[in-house]
Design a protein. Structure first.
Length: 495
């Protein structure tokens, strides 16, 4: 009889495009989300937690023209008694679920409805360096008002959020543009109803950050050679046709009034273009009234991301300080948030246009920025470790750790094999613990404990002389009754 085939063990590997997050990263993200939520709550926004799974029909804009509707999303088909059912998908972002929630519950929700949402989203896209298929978003949206006051408020709230989490004024800029102005430019070019040409122009405009004015001009007209030497075909416009786009992208002036004047020239007689400029003017005036000057928020026509999706004002928060890339070159940190007005999304469900505007913050990028600025420690501090010198006295050690925890101090008892004391200290080092507490039989008899300052000990081991070590011992004895007070003092001095 043949031997049954042994089932191979599963491989302990993270799925491609995903990653695991450990203690300090999770703690830092949680603290950031708590801080951001505090700003949103102060502005009057309510929390919403919607399902991580939506029907693919509800995600609508991601449906491709193929049998299996999973382009860009992780999708599967529910099976019923007829072997057919709804297609379901993990949410791609937090905005499409909001549109479904508002359409479903609009009779029970206030109008306008102001909500914020935080959580992971999933994208079935090719992963790359720093690009994962699961990541966190942090959104705030106002649904149900066409007032530019809602857009101005979103920009002000974004500015306040960045400063509250630790990005100082001068290290960021919230930039504002308007899709209607671009529509006016397309009208001025004579492309008002020519869908293919409009799409080609939009795709070209979206490359402005990468190729600059000259590159956009070439791509709109005859084409250009890219960095690799390959030739990229142009849209085929004449120089005169391309000029309104160039005027639009380069219309930023020394002040808002100058920028708006340049935009008026770029859109010519287009009514929708004039409407977009009027909206930018309103937003600028409202922000000025709230004390948000050009050092924090500015009108900038070079903001072109998402113009194919948004219907009015668009915003982007950019961090302006310099960092070094992987090749040691200086570059600006770049964008950490984007958003805008999307008045057509809820209409898919209701048949009626419902105005909406909002932003999304890239939490992981913002955390990376704070680390670059030294606003978040590279390594989080671990718990105070109460060592075990006598396993029969575990109750004494548990009493110590309970006192520390009740005083609000993070602490734990060593739960491994206590036989080798050196291994306990190695464990504390691996946990990045600030302090180890030691109580052997002699200490117990004398009513004292030993406190070992592990942070100071590491510094002394690196550079201190014998005399300095004697003056500042990293381990000392204190009365057992003074344990909490002494631990608290050391922790306060370490901060």
């Amino acid at each position: 009889m043949a031997k049954p085939k042994k089932q191979p063990r599963p491989k302990a590997v993270t799925p491609k495009g995903f990653r695991d997050y450990f203690g300090e990263e999770v703690t830092q993200r949680t603290e950031m989300l708590r801080t951001i939520a505090g700003v949103y709550h102060r502005y009057g926004f309510d929390a919403l937690e919607s399902s991580a799974v939506e029907t693919v029909e509800a995600l609508g804009k991601f449906l491709p023209d193929v049998d299996r509707p999973n382009e860009g999303v992780f999708a599967w088909q529910e099976v019923d008694e007829n072997d057919k059912g709804d297609w379901m998908a993990l949410r791609y972002d937090l905005t499409a679920p909001l549109a479904r929630v508002y359409a479903q519950h609009r009779n029970d929700l206030p109008t306008p409805y102001r909500r914020y949402a935080m959580g992971p989203v999933w994208r079935n896209e090719k992963p790359g360096p720093g690009r994962y298929r699961q990541f966190y978003q942090c959104d705030a949206d106002t649904v149900g008002t066409a007032s530019m006051a809602a857009d101005a408020e979103i920009c002000a709230m974004l500015s306040d959020t960045l400063e509250t989490v630790g990005i100082p004024r001068g290290d960021y800029l919230v930039r504002v543009n308007n899709r209607k102005v671009l529509n006016g430019v397309l009208e001025a070019m004579g492309l008002g109803e020519k869908a293919v040409a409009r799409d080609n122009v939009l795709r070209t405009i979206d490359k402005f950050d990468k190729v600059g004015e000259a590159g956009v001009r070439e791509l709109l007209t005859k084409g250009r050679l890219d960095a690799s030497g390959a030739f990229i075909d142009g849209v085929g416009l004449s120089e005169d046709q391309a000029e309104p786009v160039i005027a639009f992208l380069t219309s930023k002036a020394a002040d808002t009034a100058g920028t708006l004047a340049n935009l008026r020239a770029a859109v010519g007689d287009s009514k929708i273009g004039a409407d977009g400029i009027a909206e930018l003017e309103q937003i600028g005036a409202l922000l000025d009234a709230g004390g948000y000057g050009a050092d924090r928020i500015e009108i900038d026509p070079s903001v072109v991301r998402g113009l194919g999706y948004y219907t009015g004002p668009v915003y982007e928060a950019e961090l302006t300080f310099e960092i070094f890339d992987e090749k040691g070159r200086k570059r600006q940190f770049g964008s950490v948030s984007g958003g805008g007005r999307y008045d057509d999304l809820v209409k898919r469900f209701t048949g009626q246009e419902v105005p909406a505007t909002g932003i999304s913050i890239g939490v992981d990028r913002l955390l990376a920025a704070l680390r670059e600025k030294g606003r978040i420690a590279a390594q989080a501090t671990g718990p105070v470790v109460v060592t075990v010198m006598d396993r029969d006295r575990m109750a004494d050690y548990q009493a110590m750790v309970a006192e520390l925890r009740n005083a609000g101090i993070r602490a734990e008892v060593y739960l491994g094999n206590p036989k080798n004391f050196g291994n306990q200290l190695k464990y504390a080092d691996k946990r990045n613990s600030p302090i180890a507490v030691i109580e052997g039989g002699d200490e117990k008899a004398n009513g004292v404990v030993q406190i070992k300052d592990l942070i100071l000990g590491a510094k002394i081991a690196e550079s201190a002389t014998l005399e300095e070590w004697k003056e500042r011992p990293s381990q000392f004895e204190v009365p057992r009754s003074d344990l909490v007070a002494n631990v608290r003092e050391i922790l306060d001095n370490q901060d």
